[in-house]
Ligand binder design. Sequence first.
Ligand SMILES: Nc1ncnc2c1ncn2[C@@H]1O[C@H](COP(=O)(O)OP(=O)(O)O)[C@@H](O)[C@H]1O
Ligand SMILES: [Mg+2]
Length: 284
Amino acid sequence: MSASPTPTITPTLTPVLTSVLTPVFTPVLIPGPSVDVAQLRAELARLQAELADARQHLAASERLAELGTLTGGLAHEIKNPLSTVQLNLQLLGEDIHLDWPSANRVVSRLKTVQRETARLREILDDFLRYAGKLELDLQAVDLQPLIEDLVDFFHPQAELAGVKIRVRPAAGYVSVRADPRLIKQTVLNLMLNALQAMPDGGDLILSASAEGPWGLLHVTDTGSGISTDRQAKVFDAYYSTKKGGTGLGLAMSRRIIREHGGEIHLASEEGKGTDFILRLPLVK
Ligand SMILES: Nc1ncnc2c1ncn2[C@@H]1O[C@H](COP(=O)(O)OP(=O)(O)O)[C@@H](O)[C@H]1O
Ligand SMILES: [Mg+2]
């Protein structure tokens, strides 16, 4: 008699599918004379652990999605009364007569409240952009001309900051499957961070290359660098070491690149500089 085949269930099976399949597979697990019971038990235990793990992941991502909807709604709800507050502050400002004895003090306090409400509004807008849905308009995008476009646009700003931009020419076409608008936004954001990391000037180097199934885009600077412990945090939402920084730039960049099926990495040395690497799927 031949041995019963060992049931194999792929780890990617959803809990629902697995719960449907389990009764079907269970009879196969009844030990026959030539079945290695210990091996089957171990396999079963492994599958059960995988299933429990998948269930936990699913529950966690459902909670996260719910939380996202909830906080998005909350941000919208706050924006409405905030608009009313801003409008009324403006009207109040128009009512102030400059010949009032305390007019200067009132104007200065009003300006403070206006500045803070504007900041609140910015925080809410940034959050809504970050938490909102991303619609990708995927196309074949050649990375070299994209880099050159961005450099043309960014050049005056870099020059003012004493930063020299250099573009390393690609060996050939590096055509990736991407949303050009979102990739431009991401690279521009990395260029801006690079500039801010070089307050005394330096070099900003951009390059595109192909490696296996990936197109790579490097944004390299000769700035302050990022210590190892900070490297673990820079992609976290709201992590910023800058006065007035939103801390959403790299979090958003990572979200955009991952949504493309790619990844973003960094290599950095304190005092020497930082290299951000975007990895995007090449067009086949
Ligand atoms: N090129 C860089 N060189 C050094 N530090 C950087 C660089 N890019 C990002 N960082 C660090 O990562 C933090 C998070 O960046 P980001 O998410 O863009 O937010 P923000 O620019 O608003 O601070 C920055 O505050 C800075 O400390
Ligand atoms: Mg930034």
